[in-house]
Structures are given as structure tokens and as C-alpha cells.
Design a protein around this ligand. Structure first.
Ligand SMILES: *[C@@H]1O[C@H](CO)[C@@H](O)[C@H](O)[C@H]1NC(C)=O
Ligand SMILES: *[C@@H]1O[C@H](CO)[C@@H](O)[C@H](O)[C@H]1NC(C)=O
Ligand SMILES: *[C@@H]1O[C@H](CO)[C@@H](O)[C@H](O)[C@H]1NC(C)=O
Ligand SMILES: *[C@@H]1O[C@H](CO)[C@@H](O)[C@H](O)[C@H]1NC(C)=O
Length: 426
């Protein structure tokens, strides 16, 4: 009884609870938490608008998880005060969303929506590899997921490799295991154990000999043959080192040319899988906001692009793409190096990008709120800081752009983020 009281007191001291569903965590969190606790934590800074926008969502997530009796605790912490904790979690941008499970930290980098975050909580909070015990469960999983990684067979070294890949990649996708007789009869596997990915209406079996490292293979295969791509998807795709073939189209009322581009890219993705899937992802993106930032100009819709996300480079077709053969020639040109790579993240490009971003931020601010514009210009320090930040930062900033969900006075949220970061370095 006394022990229990002590725990309660300790907890009360540790968390000065803001809401019943979300605990405010302090620097002593790591010593105080129980070893098998699972936590979802938001790191914020008082001046960060994106963090504030996340507050109501955070509250809803906390309340929802509590109401379904989830083992996942929800917390938040002011990273500017609890710097020890922020350091422990290597937080560099705000808001940062992380999960802690069995002392392993998982970084969330998807869209900051309730659905996106709850999906992440479900994935990371549950078993790393989920067992599919019946055909019904398998079919249910097939309906739920576009891309399904399944280990088939008994315990083996391959299963060990699969599990350790899953531990790392669970932040991106789900992992399953099943006995052979659970799978539909039509799924013929030449050997067991096997790792199989079900996607695009078919399935592919992993072969160490042909496909190399399992983790890299999973990373390459975790997107469908042709899909809608947003900034988050693009970022995730970049992590695998593959290039992205992108049809850039209007957000609605697609032109005939846009439809043709989409069809062409899809056709090549599907028809030349063997040739290109190792090097390229294929998809389409709606609207040009995002790509304008990369290209630093106004991109005409529709367009075809190949992006190299490893270095912010992009390739443009040498002439209008009319036929499948034109697209194939373009892709081959990219691969054999005969097509020229534009952009990139060299120092000159970064300076150009800085000026471009400043221009894009300030133009709408001046037209909508001249006073605010003057204020922003009157804080040259932030530019200097932004400049240093851009030059020192290993990964390009445009990649961190956010959805336009929180439509704001201050044009693209990208700029808001950058300002936040520069203040951080003050
Ligand atoms: C988490 O991922 C984001 C983008 O994916 C990155 O900018 C950030 O630095 C990462 N944070 C941590 C704490 O690793
Ligand atoms: C498991 O991984 C190790 C090291 O990555 C590799 O040498 C081994 O061949 C893999 N085993 C199987 C069965 O895939
Ligand atoms: C691509 O994927 C879609 C569904 O994801 C599927 O309908 C289509 O048949 C696939 N194409 C090929 C040839 O793989
Ligand atoms: C993409 O960028 C990386 C990193 O700079 C580079 O190593 C690679 O060769 C580039 N790929 C192409 C096809 O240009």
C-alpha cells in the first residue's frame, strides 16, 4: 500500500499533468519510466506554430488510446526546457514525434494527422512480426495493406533476419508471418522458408542470391508499382536511394496530356518491372508547389521528372515525351549517365535555394500583411542563421516541407519550419 502511494506521489511529481490523456514529461522521465512502458512523445518548442497546431490532435490521440485501453502512453515535452530528454532522443526539428518501446526509439516522419500518427502507434506498439493464423486473417491483411511482407515457414536464420529487418523498418510498414497452409493455394512457393511480398495484385519472393541484403530489398519493395506520391512519400522513397519517376499533374481536372503521362509512367512501371524496379520508383504527384521548391522555379503542369533524392538532383526529358519508347530512352539516359542532372545540393544550389525560399516566403507576406513583412525583413539575424543552417545541414530542407493542412498567413509551412529552426540556433 505504502509502496503504491509512493509511486503515485512520484508520478504526480514527475508529470504535471496538463490533460488527463497527455502527460507533460520532464528530464527525469528516462529514470522514472518503467522498463516495459510504451510511450508516444511529442517534443515541442513554445514558439513553434506547427507544434501548436498539433496540440488538439495530440489530445484526441491521448483520449482515443486511453478509451480503447491501449498500452501506449501519450506524453509531450518542451524540448527547450527538457534539453536532456531532447538530447537523449536526438531531437533536431520541431515538432518531433517519437515512440519509445523497450528502450528502442522510433522516429515518426509521416504526415502529422491523427490517422497517420495512430497508424504509426498501432504498428510500432504491436508485435514486430504479426502472426497470421488463418486464411481469413491473411485475407483481411491483404485488404488492409497495399503492400504486405510475409515470412512463410518455420523458425530459421532467415526468420531471424526478417525479424531484425522488421524491428528497424516497422516505422514504415507492417510485417507478418504465416504457415504455408494458411496462404491461398494459388500462392506457389518453390522453397521454404521464404519471404514474400504481396502487392500489385501479385507476389514476389525474396532471393538472397538475386536480391542481396534482405533489409535493402524490403526498403526497395515497400511501395506499390505506381502510386500517388506526396512530400512524405517522397522523403521515405529517398531513404532507399532509388530514383523517382514522377508524372507531375494538376490537382484536379486533369488535362488529356496529364492523363497520358500518368498512363505512360504506369505502363512502364508495370511492363518493365524487371528492368527498372531496382533503380526507380514510379508515381504521380498532384500540384507543383513541392517541385517548384526543388527546381526553384515555376514548373509547368503536366511534366515528367526523374528525381534523385540523395542529392536533390533532377532530370528532365530531352524533348516532349510522346511514346513509351521516348520514356524508356529517357530512363536509360538517366541510368547510363548521358542525361544531365540538374539542381543538386552543392553549395551554389543551396545559396540559390535560400534566396528562392526567402523570395517565396516574403512575396505573399508583403502583399497580405505588409507590417509583418517589414518585421520579418527587420530580423536579418534569422536570415544569417538560416543561411548557416542551410549550409551546414546535411539533408536538404525542402524535403521537410509539410502538407498545406495548417494553411497560414505565412505562405509555405516550409518557411515556418526554417524560421523555427533558425531561432533554435540562436
Ligand atoms: C526524424 O525524422 C525526421 C525526418 O524523417 C528528421 O528530420 C529528424 O531529424 C529525425 N529525428 C530524430 C529524432 O531522429
Ligand atoms: C542473414 O543475414 C546474414 C547477415 O546479414 C547473412 O550473412 C545470411 O546469409 C542471412 N541468412 C539468410 C538465410 O538470409
Ligand atoms: C500495379 O498495381 C495495381 C494495384 O496496386 C494492379 O492493379 C496492377 O495490375 C499492377 N500492375 C502490374 C502489371 O503489376
Ligand atoms: C544520385 O545521387 C547520388 C548521391 O549524390 C549519386 O551517388 C548517384 O550517382 C546519383 N544517381 C544518378 C543516377 O545520378
Amino acid at each position: 500500500m505504502g509502496l503504491r502511494m509512493n509511486t503515485v506521489l512520484l508520478l504526480a511529481m514527475l508529470f504535471s499533468s496538463v490533460s488527463a490523456f497527455v502527460d507533460e514529461l520532464s528530464d527525469s522521465f528516462m529514470e522514472m519510466k518503467a522498463a516495459d512502458d510504451i510511450w508516444l512523445i511529442k517534443f515541442y518548442a513554445p514558439w513553434c506554430t506547427l507544434c501548436k497546431e498539433l496540440d488538439p490532435i495530440w489530445h484526441q490521440i491521448g483520449s482515443e488510446l486511453k478509451s480503447v485501453g491501449s498500452p501506449v502512453n501519450v506524453g509531450k515535452t518542451d524540448a527547450t526546457i527538457n534539453t536532456g530528454l531532447a538530447k537523449e532522443f536526438r531531437v533536431r526539428n520541431y515538432p518531433a514525434i517519437l515512440m519509445l518501446k523497450k528502450d528502442v526509439k522510433y522516429n515518426y516522419s509521416g504526415p502529422r494527422t491523427k490517422k497517420g500518427i495512430l497508424d504509426f502507434v498501432d504498428r510500432v506498439g504491436g508485435p514486430v512480426v504479426r502472426s497470421l493464423r488463418s486464411l481469413q486473417l491473411f485475407q483481411h491483411a491483404m485488404i488492409q495493406h497495399d503492400v504486405l511482407f510475409v515470412y512463410v515457414g518455420a523458425t530459421s536464420q532467415l526468420k531471424g533476419n526478417f525479424t531484425s529487418a522488421a524491428e528497424e523498418l516497422i516505422i514504415h510498414t507492417y510485417f507478418f508471418s504465416a504457415a504455408r497452409d494458411v496462404l491461398p493455394k494459388g500462392v506457389s512457393l518453390p522453397f521454404l522458408p521464404a519471404v514474400v511480398v504481396f502487392k500489385d495484385g501479385t507476389f514476389f519472393t525474396y532471393s538472397e542470391e538475386r536480391d542481396g541484403d534482405l533489409k535493402l530489398w524490403i526498403n526497395r519493395e515497400r511501395f506499390p508499382n505506381f502510386s500517388k506520391i506526396d512530400s512524405y512519400t517522397l522523403y521515405a522513397m529517398g531513404e532507399s536511394g532509388k530514383l523517382v519517376v514522377l508524372a507531375l499533374v494538376e490537382e484536379e481536372n486533369l488535362h488529356e496530356q496529364s492523363l497520358r503521362y500518368k498512363r505512360l509512367v504506369e505502363k512502364v512501371a508495370a511492363g518493365y518491372r524487371e528492368t527498372y524496379s531496382r533503380n526507380f520508383y514510379f508515381g504521380f504527384m498532384e500540384g507543383n508547389d513541392y517541385i517548384n521548391g526543388l527546381v526553384m522555379g515555376e514548373v509547368i503542369l503536366p511534366s515528367l521528372f526523374v528525381l534523385n533524392l540523395s542529392n536533390d538532383g533532377f532530370f528532365l526529358p530531352p524533348s516532349t515525351i510522346e511514346t513509351e519508347q521516348h520514356l524508356l530512352d529517357f530512363l536509360n539516359g538517366v541510368l547510363d549517365g548521358s542525361s544531365q542532372c540538374h539542381g543538386g545540393n552543392g553549395i551554389i544550389q543551396r545559396v540559390r535555394r535560400l534566396f528562392y525560399n526567402v523570395k517565396v516566403t516574403l512575396t505573399p507576406v508583403f502583399s497580405q500583411a505588409p507590417l509583418l513583412g517589414c518585421f520579418l525583413v527587420g530580423v536579418p539575424l534569422s536570415f544569417v542563421a538560416t543561411f548557416c543552417y542551410l549550409c551546414c545541414k546535411a539533408r536538404p530542407t525542402w524535403i521537410n516541407e509539410d502538407d498545406d493542412e495548417g494553411v497560414a498567413l505565412l505562405a509555405p509551412s516550409l518557411q515556418r519550419r526554417k524560421k523555427n529552426t533558425s531561432k533554435k540556433s540562436d
